[in-house]
Design a protein around this ligand. Structure first.
Ligand code: DSN
Length: 421
């Protein structure tokens, strides 16, 4: 009988097989270690989550759902996926869940494809006021397939619910989407459900940004007020990159058929296993402490930036993020993002409501605290970060000042190591 070769190709480590990718991983680890990650949608997944995503579940085909697969050998992945569903339902108090969507965008697509026909009306927050591409932007399938009725903020920079009601009555949407990517305030979910019920629409919340805070009770939960809730799994909830859909059992039953076989093939069971680990982590008391600190840090960062002379859209934040209006500093979002990046502070330029600049330039930047809080930073560091942001943006063309701040930022980052292994 033949024996397996001693040096099976599977046994070679990455550095030997592909030194180029190994080096890029090392470079990215160094970049993450040495930069202050203030992009509101990013976080740092735990070693346990990353180890799970690198597991043998990546090898397994499992088209279908637990107990109803189109492939043999699924008895173990069935347990993984069932556990993931059980954990996420428990975490959010949801009746049912689909954990197979590969991303937040595909989760949203699955809900729309289940309940809308092309040409139907979809109501969601205006992208220019904080909504997401998949909430009806004209450059996205959601804006191309559906008739979009957008709601937004008024001069207070808070959502105007009376106006939302008026638009809903006038346009009769089939789905009203709550949730946003650049709205730092609380959504009035009961009010939106009331409006949806009045016009016969489904209330769907895309809680991607807020999902970690919601799991920890630090942001109001949309679950009791929605038929369907979608989310990414990698933002404030700190899991692997992916999506999910939660909701009332009768709705999830219909959505399951859209996700598979309607839109996706084999589920990414290694990522689903990573989601299960993240949901377990999010159910622990330490995660509640973390989420509370994310919010405290955001409040401190926002207040400190105001103290430095910035204007924060709507005057503050109820969540993990804020939109900074750069106009008082006479700098646009594009220049600010680059100058901050040169000082190892990672942000993204972002339109502010009624922005006079184009989305490629913008008058704002969006900041969030999930990643820096994962590193263990607290209020004292937020005050320091606000001071650095002000120094960089006041001196954005002075290379000397930017290099000085960069050295200080790197020093702070190194005293809050990420511990990748
Ligand atoms: N949700 C977007 C963000 O907030 O960065 C990405 O699609």
């Amino acid at each position: 009988m033949a024996t397996a070769p001693q040096t099976h190709p599977h046994r070679h480590p990455l550095a030997e097989v592909d030194p180029t990718i190994a080096s890029l991983i090392a470079q990215e680890e160094r970049r993450q270690e040495d930069n202050l990650e203030l992009i509101a949608s990013e976080n740092i997944a735990s070693l346990a989550v990353r180890q799970t995503m690198a597991s043998v579940f990546t090898d397994k085909y499992a088209e279908g759902y637990p107990g109803k697969r189109y492939y043999g050998g699924c008895e173990i992945v069935d347990q993984v996926e069932s556990l993931c569903i059980e954990r996420v339902c428990q975490l959010y108090g949801a009746e049912a869940a689909n954990v197979q969507p590969h991303s937040g965008a595909s989760a949203n697509m699955a809900v729309y494809f289940t309940f809308l026909q092309p040409g139907d009306t979809l109501m969601a927050m205006n992208l220019a006021h904080g909504g997401h591409l998949t909430h009806g932007s004209p450059v996205n399938f959601s804006g191309q397939l559906y008739n979009v009725a957008a709601y937004g903020v008024d001069e207070t920079e808070f959502i105007n619910y009376d106006e939302m009601h008026r638009i809903a009555v006038e346009t009769k949407p089939k789905i009203i989407v709550s949730g946003a990517t650049a709205y730092s305030r609380t959504f009035d979910f009961p009010r939106i459900r009331q409006i949806a019920d009045e016009v016969g629409a489904i209330h769907m919340c895309d809680m991607s940004h807020y999902s970690g805070l919601i799991a920890a009770g630090e942001y109001s939960s949309p679950i009791p007020h929605c038929q369907v809730v979608t989310s990414t799994t990698h933002k404030s909830i700190r899991g692997p990159r992916g999506g999910m859909i939660l909701g009332e059992a009768e709705y999830i039953k219909k959505i399951n058929k859209t996700v598979f076989p309607g839109l996706q093939g084999g589920p990414l069971e290694h990522v689903i296993a990573g989601k299960a680990v993240a949901f377990l982590e999010a159910s622990k008391p330490e995660f509640k402490t973390y989420a509370a600190q994310v919010k405290k840090n955001a409040a401190t960062l926002s207040e400190s930036l105001i103290h430095e002379g910035f204007r924060i859209v709507s005057g503050g934040t109820d969540s993990h993020m804020m939109l900074v209006d750069l106009q008082p500093f006479g700098v646009n979002g594009k220049i600010a993002q680059q100058a901050l990046e040169d000082a190892n502070i990672t942000t993204n330029k972002n339109s502010i409501p009624n922005d006079p600049e184009s989305p490629f330039v913008t008058s704002g930047i969006r900041l969030g605290t999930p990643a820096v809080t994962t590193r263990g930073m607290n209020e004292a560091e937020m005050k320091q970060i606000a001071a650095w942001i002000a120094t960089v943006l006041r001196n954005h063309s002075d290379e000397g000042t930017i290099s000085k701040v960069k050295a200080e930022v790197t020093g702070l980052c190194r005293s809050f190591p990420i511990h990748f292994v």
